[in-house]
Design a protein around this ligand. Structure first.
Ligand code: NAD
Length: 517
């Protein structure tokens, strides 16, 4: 093991099972076991030490073919024939196995993403387990419907059945690897699909562990597969593959568009969960103490690497000064440090390239005239580490990059408004529609605003709440389709309509056929 990693692990008493999991090459998980194929390895770096953690398999199209064959054969074999209640039991067993390995999984997220281990445990691991448990309950409740035909003559029986859509490819981003894997995996398994997961090449560890646990608790081989490798190789190969029936993608809008175009060539079912630039409206009737702390949590969670981060605040002129002062004070108190330090809230960004991208956005905000309030105010840092301090700008205008583009880092922009209609128009401007938040103690005002804001998820006096029973997904350039909630199930099901002509009935006469035409 690399010396820097060993020292880092020793400083935070990292359990031996974590060390043994990463102190070896990481392959793919296909057909119930780990395989080491592909074109060499990709270096996996730990973001706090910036040192090599391990190497992961650099997959090729041939690895995708292997995974598709394994997933198809499981679908046509034991998994396809398994009664729903047995599927439910397996899913609950997987959730239980994850619970008993919660410490390992939280460590894997913290060293892979660089995120706070406390958040990894309370949000990522707990959320993933809850999601599996919720969807396990759905396995036995997926029904078609019997309907009364309304225009057919004679006696018929008409009904629908819901079948698994087939082999699912799940493409996962690096910011919440385990949790977002669970969003796709749980609903797909509940519907009886088989899954090929492609984690980000920056964060493959937790997906590999979940696939191993699935094999250990008794999932038939080929039901849960992981193929590792570079996004534009493995992601594109999955999108183009004829043997895949459904693609569920979470990631950036540009990559989502490319993946979507490729997947249409083989007419796949498609879900796209994409980027955001979520507005926050703080009205004159807001409780500012609560608003400031929820806004800070909403934008600086995971060091700002959150798709629904409330990153542009519109504050009513009467509350703007006090809100800004509270935001500044709160941001400056957020503990900065290593992901493995349980006290840290702001930790390194995922990679050097991403840190530079975020810094470039900070530089643009300065050059476009936004007013620096706190954080990386100069737009340059002379440190080598990948940590950026929570940064706030005031006097942001809607045409600035800081208010238009997703930054995906610890950067918050603030602006003032006088007129509520104007605030709503400004909040609704832009291409994204993932989330929006409203802070007000006036219930009528919050409900009215929630109806007028264009976003898939609306938070009132809070930010970033998630629940397995609630669908999550965006509008506009934030994508389409839902993760979680019963709404997600349809994305993994095919509906078949069955017509039965009851024997003894007269055949359709010419008159009826004419009317139908
Ligand atoms: P990304 O688009 O770069 O990558 C996402 C996934 O796609 C990764 O697995 C990556 O390897 C793969 N990929 C990369 N290039 C590809 C290509 N050409 N073809 C096919 N696959 C490819 O996104 P990211 O940087 O990993 O994640 C950050 C983005 O994800 C942000 O835009 C964020 O808003 C978004 N996100 C959205 C949600 C949501 O639910 N809407 C949740 C989390 C993250």
């Amino acid at each position: 093991m690399n010396k820097d990693i060993a020292t880092y692990f020793a400083r935070y008493d990292v359990p031996s099972e974590v060390t043994s999991f990463v102190d070896r090459p990481i392959g793919h998980h296909v057909g119930g076991r780990e395989i080491f194929t592909g074109k060499g390895e990709i270096d996996l770096l730990e973001p706090f030490t910036r040192s090599r953690l391990t190497g992961i398999a650099n997959g090729t199209e041939a690895d995708v073919d292997l995974a598709v064959a394994a997933a198809r054969s499981a679908l046509n074999g034991p998994w396809g024939r398994m009664p729903p209640l047995e599927r439910q039991r397996l899913m609950l067993r997987l959730a239980e196995a994850m619970r008993s390995e919660a410490v390992l999984l939280a460590h894997l997220e913290a060293i892979d993403v660089g995120k706070s281990i406390s958040e990894a445990g309370s949000i990522d691991v707990a959320g993933a387990i809850a999601n599996l448990e919720y969807f396990a309950g759905w396995t036995s409740k997926i029904d078609g419907r019997t309907t009364n035909a309304v225009a057919l003559p004679g006696e018929t029986l008409t009904y629908t059945v819901k079948e698994p859509v087939g082999v699912v490819a799940a493409i996962i981003p690096w910011n919440f690897p385990l949790q977002i894997l669970s969003w796709k995996l749980a609903a797909a398994l509940a519907c009886g699909c088989t899954v090929i997961c492609k984690p980000s090449e920056l964060t493959p560890l937790s997906a590999m562990r979940v696939a191993q646990l699935a094999a250990q608790v008794g999932f038939p081989e080929g039901v849960v597969n992981v193929v590792n490798g570079i996004g534009h190789v493995i992601g594109q190969a999955l999108a183009a593959h004829k043997g895949i029936d459904k693609l569920s993608f979470t990631g950036s809008t540009p990559v989502g568009k490319a993946v979507g175009k490729t997947s249409l060539d083989t007419v796949k079912r498609l879900t796209l969960e994409l980027g955001g630039k979520s507005p926050v409206i703080v009205t004159a009737k807001a409780n500012l103490e609560n608003a400031a702390s929820a806004i800070l949590a909403g934008v600086f969670l995971n060091s700002g690497q959150v798709c629904d981060a409330g990153s542009r605040v519109y504050a009513h002129r009467s509350v703007h000064a006090e809100l800004l002062q509270r935001l500044k004070a709160g941001a400056e108190q957020l503990p900065i440090g290593a992901g493995l330090d349980p006290a840290s809230r702001i930790t390194p960004l995922v990679s050097s390239a991403h840190r530079n991208r975020v810094l470039n956005h900070i530089g643009s905000a300065i050059s476009e005239g936004a007013h620096p309030v706190t954080g990386e105010e100069s737009g340059t840092v002379d440190r080598d580490d990948w940590v950026l301090r929570p940064t706030i700008f005031d006097d942001c205008r809607d045409n600035m990059r800081i208010f238009r583009e997703e930054i995906f880092g610890p950067v918050l922009g603030v602006s003032q408004f006088d007129d509520m209609d104007d605030a709503v128009d400004r909040a609704n401007s832009g291409e994204f529609g993932l989330a929006a938040a409203v802070y007000s103690d006036n219930v009528n005002e919050t409900i009215r605003l929630s109806r007028r804001l264009k976003a898939g998820n609306i938070y009132i006096n809070a930010h970033g709440l998630l629940d397995p029973a609630m669908p999550f997904g965006g509008l506009g350039a934030s994508g389409f389709g839902k993760d979680m909630g019963p709404e997600q199930l349809d994305g993994f099901l095919a509906t078949k309509s069955i017509y039965v002509q009851i024997a003894g009935d007269p055949p359709l006469d010419e008159d009826h056929m004419e009317k139908a035409r």
